[in-house]
Design a protein around this ligand. Sequence first.
Ligand code: FMN
Length: 199
Amino acid sequence: MNVTCIVGSPREKGNCALIAGALVNLLAEQGASARTYELNKLVYRGCQDCQTCKTTSESCGTEDDLSPLLADIGGSDVVVASTPIYFGEVTAQFKSLIDRLYSYLPPDFITNREATRLPTGKKLALIVTQGNPDEGEFGDIVERYQSLFRRLGFEEVYPIRACGVEIGAVSQIDEATMALVRETAAKILGAAARIPGAA
Ligand SMILES: Cc1cc2nc3c(=O)[nH]c(=O)nc-3n(C[C@H](O)[C@H](O)[C@H](O)COP(=O)(O)O)c2cc1C
């Protein structure tokens, strides 16, 4: 099982990195191989609307640090994607990546609502952290990105929300979030896997 992990927070030791890392570790313990991309360390642009991916090429026409990540998303079985909420949205780093995923939609994507270039069977864990402890806030963002990833062709999308996270130095993941990480690992790995502590 190949896993591509995306850290959408600029904080390399923040909550997103910690939660995504914990999930990747559980998958790796069961034999998965993983590659992690910290978006903030990459130099890239958002979608240029050049339409290369809809005319002369099946992939994104912009070549930059995002190119290998875009290719890895297509080639992996599982994507672990994480972002904090900034001003009621995903981070700018994360949104620019999202726009570049436009290259995974083929030219007939408007008339064929199921058209995608992503191979079938992919799973995605969507980790969203926020300072606000109220789960009623920003849940719509998680739902919106869940349906966007489904539209792109991910067969399963598992959300992991962490609300009221530490804003300063982060020492550990709270037990409720860790339980969700274990459950998600078990769902990704399927019935054969044994994740200690997962329901
Ligand atoms: C520029 C900025 C804007 C933020 N906006 C929000 C917000 O609108 N709602 C919220 O609950 N938390 C907000 N936060 C807090 C972050 O969501 C929180 O610190 C983050 O989830 C931590 O993730 P990390 O540890 O992975 O960096 C904001 C933080 C920053 C730096």
